[in-house]
Design a protein around this ligand. Structure first.
Ligand SMILES: CC(C)(COP(=O)(O)OP(=O)(O)OC[C@H]1O[C@@H](n2cnc3c(N)ncnc32)[C@H](O)[C@@H]1O)[C@@H](O)C(=O)NCCC(=O)NCCS
Ligand SMILES: Nc1ncnc2c1ncn2[C@@H]1O[C@H](COP(=O)(O)OP(=O)(O)OP(=O)(O)O)[C@@H](O)[C@H]1O
Length: 397
């Protein structure tokens, strides 16, 4: 089952996107709808709301007077936090219940207006954010939905900023154009990302990455890495001593293959093995091969260079996860290498030239890797010399 989080500010078009996803076959779990159900007449939820806000939030028929409650909570942070603390846990419980009923090979889309505000992004395989310019949203809501402009703006002020949503978004859907445009973007997302992602997660496989193609440094790589790190930490819990962005994409300015490398630090490889299934479940299946780094002169014992490797099942964000034991030589080198390249512009330029020269000569990534070996052989001692001179130490915790 693939778990997708869908969010966006009020009026951005979440319902429009969710509707299209439903048509395509997703199971949609709508938080706004659940938030209404848990405060229906006769519920504990409604009793608690009335205990907190008084009878004036009740309509004559005993149901919740929504505009009256809205007037109390939008524009008053304390009241809103109080309401949220009553409603949100109930919404979460019900969402878990509905999600568990979805088919094992299904794609569940949870439409959650406050996904970013509530720090829920790492709990999903993928977070989709729908966005439109604030003024356009205000216009749409006041015209087509007849909302009061002040109310709309008060809600926008109570929600995450565009920047906060960008930090959480794996997929950014711009709904500034026509409804047909955004529906077409969703159809494309469904066929080219969600369906293959779900299949890879279910089958424990990962997408074909073709040959070694070097692309210019992408300033979004660190953000992509942060999102993956947050997911992996949540999934791995205490067994993850730390998770770091490593490899070329962790070196600002350096061209690289569009593959994020991450290193998960464990106490021992037994912990890595105990985590294998959990990591596969969150979209990082284990690879059977490549369980050892090439030993280096500083420690030639191959046993010390063992690791476990997983790869992202997401066709839209290639990533490798290297799991190594804290303090092992491969673990230390993975942290040293990007630190050295970040500090040494000449080494960075040299390495980029080596990559750009080698990549077009090979159709497969392993052969390209072998072609870079001679450069690495001479780079190791330079990295070590830099570490000694700069007093660089790997992080201890
Ligand atoms: C205050 C209430 C009664 C107003 O009801 P109303 O029918 O006017 O709005 P509705 O529930 O349909 O929400 C419409 C939109 O308002 C925004 N919104 C609603 N609640 C909140 C909130 N607590 N914080 C920020 N934005 C909110 C969202 O964008 C949502 O999609 C209602 O929104 C509510 O109970 N809110 C608390 C629960 C909640 O957080 N719901 C949203 C996601 S679970
Ligand atoms: N691309 C579009 N062009 C024109 N109108 C649109 C477009 N997308 C959505 N709308 C309209 O804008 C309004 C808000 O869209 P929608 O209901 O999908 O947003 P939402 O994010 O689900 O809102 P809420 O946060 O209130 O749940 C609706 O009236 C919808 O019909």
């Amino acid at each position: 089952m693939l778990q997708v989080g869908l969010t966006g500010g009020i009026g951005a078009g979440k319902s429009t996107v969710a509707r299209r996803l439903h048509e395509l076959g997703a199971t949609v779990v709508d938080s706004d709808r659940i938030a209404r159900e848990v405060v229906e007449p006769g519920t504990d939820g409604l009793r608690e709301v009335v205990a907190a806000f008084g009878d004036e939030v009740l309509a004559e028929d005993g149901s919740l007077n929504r505009p009256a409650l809205a007037a109390k909570v939008f524009g008053n942070d304390e009241n809103r936090a109080r309401l949220n603390s009553i409603v949100h846990p109930r919404v979460r419980d019900r969402a878990v219940e509905l999600t568990s009923k979805a088919p094992a090979d299904g794609i569940v889309v949870q439409d959650i207006p406050l996904l970013v505000e509530n720090g829920m992004a790492p709990a999903f395989h993928l977070v989709v954010v729908v966005d439109a310019d604030v003024e356009l949203r205000v216009h749409r809501l006041t015209t087509s939905r007849g909302m009061d402009e002040k109310d709309v703006r008060a809600r926008i002020a109570a929600q995450a900023s565009e920047e906060q949503r960008r930090e959480a978004a794996d997929v950014w859907l711009d709904n500034g154009g026509s409804e047909a445009d955004v529906r077409a973007a969703v159809t494309d997302l469904w066929h080219h990302r969600l369906l293959p992602f779900e299949r890879h997660v279910r089958e424990g496989t990962y997408p074909d990455r073709g040959g070694p193609e070097i692309v210019d440094y992408d300033p979004e790589w660190p953000r992509d890495a942060r999102q993956l790190i947050a997911r992996l930490k949540l999934a791995a819990g205490d067994k993850a001593l730390r998770v770091d962005h490593v490899g070329s994409t962790a070196v600002p300015g350096l061209a690289a293959k569009d593959v994020i490398d991450l290193q998960l630090t464990v106490q021992s490889l037994d912990d890595a093995d105990a985590l294998a299934e959990t990591l596969a479940g969150v979209g990082f299946p284990a690879l059977p091969a490549f369980t050892r780094d090439t030993p280096k002169a500083t420690d030639p014992d191959p046993e010390h260079w063992r690791k476990r490797t997983h790869a992202s099942a997401d066709p839209g964000r290639w990533a490798n996860l290297h799991i190594r034991a804290a303090g092992s030589p491969g673990w230390r080198y993975a942290l040293l290498f990007p630190a050295w390249l970040r500090a040494d512009a000449d080494a960075r330029a040299e390495y980029e030239a080596v990559k750009r020269e080698a990549a077009p000569r090979f159709a497969d990534i392993p052969s390209y890797g072998v072609a870079k070996d001679p450069w690495f052989a001479q780079a190791d001692s330079r990295a070590e010399a830099w570490a000694a001179a700069a007093g660089w130490q790997p992080p201890t915790r």
